[in-house]
Each structure stands twice: as structure tokens, then as C-alpha cells.
Design a protein around this ligand. Structure first.
Ligand SMILES: Cc1ncc(COP(=O)(O)O)c(/C=C/C(=O)C(=O)O)c1O
Length: 332
């Protein structure tokens, strides 16, 4: 079919074939080999239409919202989800309402939400409070015309799993490790789901270890994994320069731990200093411009190599989730 990107995999997506996709050409992002290590690659999700991997999930969720006759969509966000929701809602002719934590959204992302015509509600509090507000107001909303898009919305994870399909097709094999920055914790599970489905349909009999990286000041999933706790150990006042993943009570924490455990992977927590160092290396040695959260996988990879958790001879893919233009004020 002439479809490209996410919709090339329509048969692996849970949508009826008559559904008309709302698409901005998301997906088909580059897999870039790094000079620094011979079997290290970056999956550059900054190359998506609004500059982050969120577009993969948003094309699905907004397509469904339109298909079911929603008039508007609502989402809480640390920024990239709101930028993506605004663009896809505009394409679909839907209104878009975004709840953002006042003062912690990188300028590029706020600009995009406004540019695409979203109505921005600034919440006094962190992302977690913004999400609580959306869930309280809209998730059990009776009118049904306002469609909540947060990663409690399964459609977004279905779109994001196509990252796995592309990595497999671009490498020609399943890598030993896939390293993902973890915030609200949906993406690491979505990518794992994609690799699990490749195995289930018999394309391959291998699966990667899923390695999740958090910032030290905002690492509830790491803490819960390390403690082998069966309840989330939340971080009340998360702080990190990587504002995209500055989340203290990730809704998808259990999904993320499932992906890590099922894949025999692990969680890491890295300092802001090492994240900024990694951001600088990617920009100045590899020519790859990312926002801070998207440099966390390289920071994590370096730690994992040092600690012998990853071997030099293993093929590893770092998922760089967002473009540098998102956060033009980061000081590194
Ligand atoms: C650049 C970037 N890198 C990594 C993540 C973490 O993904 P999840 O672990 O699936 O949450 C985000 C998440 C952003 C939001 O949660 C939002 O936009 O509201 C991001 O923007």
C-alpha cells in the first residue's frame, strides 16, 4: 500500500480498515549509527511532524476520536503530548484543550500548543496535578464529546509500538537492548508490546531487553523497580532539567515494570549533569539535536557499559524521543 510510517502497519493496529487515518506523515524516523560505539544506534524520534514520538500515538487517538464523533480532545501534558494533540486535533477539525503545569513546560512545546490553536489551561502544580484534574473532569465525562487523550488512552500506546516495528525493519534483526527515557511510563511498555507482537506473529523469535532511564530527581519507576515494591513509590516533588520526564506519579508505572521484567531488562537513574553531558555529545559529536529527556538514554547507556550491564558487542538502540528545538533555553 502507499501508506508510510505508522499507517504502513495498519494490519497490526486495532482499527477497522474503513477508518480514515488523521495523519501528518508520522513515523519512518531515522535509525542513526553513532560514531562513538560500533553497535550503538539512535532512533531519532525528533524527526516526527511535531518533533516527538508522541505523534505516533496521537495519530491513532485522534483518528479514533474523530471516528467516534468527538467534538474536542483534552490532555494533560509536560508539553510534547499537548503539542502533538494540538496539531492532530487541528488536522481533524477538533477542538483541543490542554492542561499544563505552570512554569515547567519547555518554550518550544508551549509555542506549538498555542500555534496549533489549543486552549491552554495552566495548572498551579506539577504534571501529576494537571493529569489528576483532567481525569477528575473528563475521564468519566458523560457527554462523550470530549475525548481524553492521556496515556490511560490505549490507542496512543498502539501507535507508539510501531517504533519497535521500524527498529526491527531498519536493523534487519532484533537488537539486544532498547534504551528509553521513562516519564509517565507508557512508551517503554508500548515499544515492548511491539517487539512482543513481532515474536507472536512469528517474524522473529528474539526480543530485546527493555532498559528504562529516569532522572535522579524524578525516578519513581526506578525506585519502585529497585525496591521490588508491588505499589508505586511516588516522588512528591520531582525535579530535573529534563522537564519532559519530570513526573512523580506515573500512571503507567506497572506497565513499565512489566516490560522491564518480561524482557529481562532493568531501570537506571542518572543525574542531570550526565544527561546534559550526553545532550552535548549527541549535538557536538554526532550532529543529533535532542531535548534533555531524550539524552537520558545515552547517559544511561554509559552507566550500563561501565557497570557491565551492557556489553560493547551487544547491539543497542537509544530512543531519542524529542527534538532539540523543543527546549531552546536548556543550559548545558
Ligand atoms: C521527549 C520525551 N521523552 C520521554 C518522555 C517519556 O515518555 P513516557 O514514559 O511514555 O511518558 C516524554 C513524555 C512526555 C509526556 O508525558 C507529555 O508530553 O505529557 C517526552 O516528551
Amino acid at each position: 500500500s502507499s501508506a508510510r510510517g505508522v499507517w504502513k502497519y495498519k494490519l497490526m493496529l486495532p482499527v477497522k480498515k474503513e477508518v480514515e487515518p488523521v495523519s501528518l506523515g508520522e513515523g519512518d524516523t531515522p535509525l542513526i549509527p553513532l560514531k562513538s560505539h560500533k553497535r550503538l544506534f539512535v532512533k531519532f524520534e525528533g524527526a516526527n511532524p511535531t518533533g516527538s514520538f508522541k505523534d505516533r500515538g496521537m495519530t491513532l487517538a485522534v483518528t479514533i476520536a474523530k471516528y467516534i464523533g468527538a467534538k474536542s480532545v483534552v490532555v494533560a501534558s509536560t508539553g510534547n503530548t499537548s503539542a502533538s494533540a494540538a496539531a492532530y486535533a487541528a488536522k481533524a477539525g477538533l477542538e483541543c484543550l490542554v492542561y499544563l503545569p505552570r512554569g515547567s513546560v519547555a518554550r518550544g512545546k508551549l509555542f506549538q500548543a498555542l500555534l496549533h490553536g489549543a486552549k491552554v489551561v495552566e495548572v498551579d502544580g506539577n504534571f501529576d496535578e494537571a493529569l489528576e484534574e483532567v481525569i477528575a473532569r473528563y475521564v468519566d465525562n458523560t457527554q462523550g464529546h470530549v475525548y481524553p487523550l492521556n496515556s490511560v488512552n490505549p490507542w496512543r500506546l498502539e501507535g507508539q509500538k510501531t517504533i519497535a516495528f521500524e527498529i526491527y525493519q531498519q536493523l534487519g534483526f532484533v537488537p539486544e537492548n532498547v534504551v528509553v527515557p521513562v516519564g509517565n511510563a507508557g512508551n517503554i511498555y508500548a515499544i515492548w508490546k511491539g517487539f512482543r507482537e513481532l515474536r507472536e506473529v512469528g517474524v522473529t523469535d528474539r526480543a530485546p531487553r527493555m532498559i528504562g532511564v529516569q532522572a535522579e530527581g524524578a525516578s519513581p519507576v526506578f525506585k519502585t523497580w529497585l525496591a521490588k515494591a508491588d505499589e508505586l513509590l511516588p516522588v512528591e516533588r520531582p525535579y530535573t532539567v529534563a522537564t519532559a520526564i519530570k513526573i512523580g506519579r506515573p500512571v503507567n508505572w506497572l506497565k513499565a515494570l512489566t516490560a522491564v521484567r518480561e524482557s529481562n531488562g532493568f531501570m537506571l537513574s542518572v543525574s542531570d549533569a550526565t544527561i546534559l553531558e550526553a545532550l552535548k555529545t549527541l549535538a557536538r559529536s554526532e550532529g543529533i539535536g535532542v531535548e534533555p529527556a531524550s539524552a537520558a538514554p545515552l547517559a544511561g547507556y554509559r552507566v550500563a557499559l561501565e557497570q557491565g550491564l551492557i556489553g560493547q558487542d551487544e547491539t543497542t538502540v537509544l530512543v531519542a524521543t524529542g527534538h532539540a528545538l523543543k527546549d531552546p533555553e536548556v543550559r548545558f
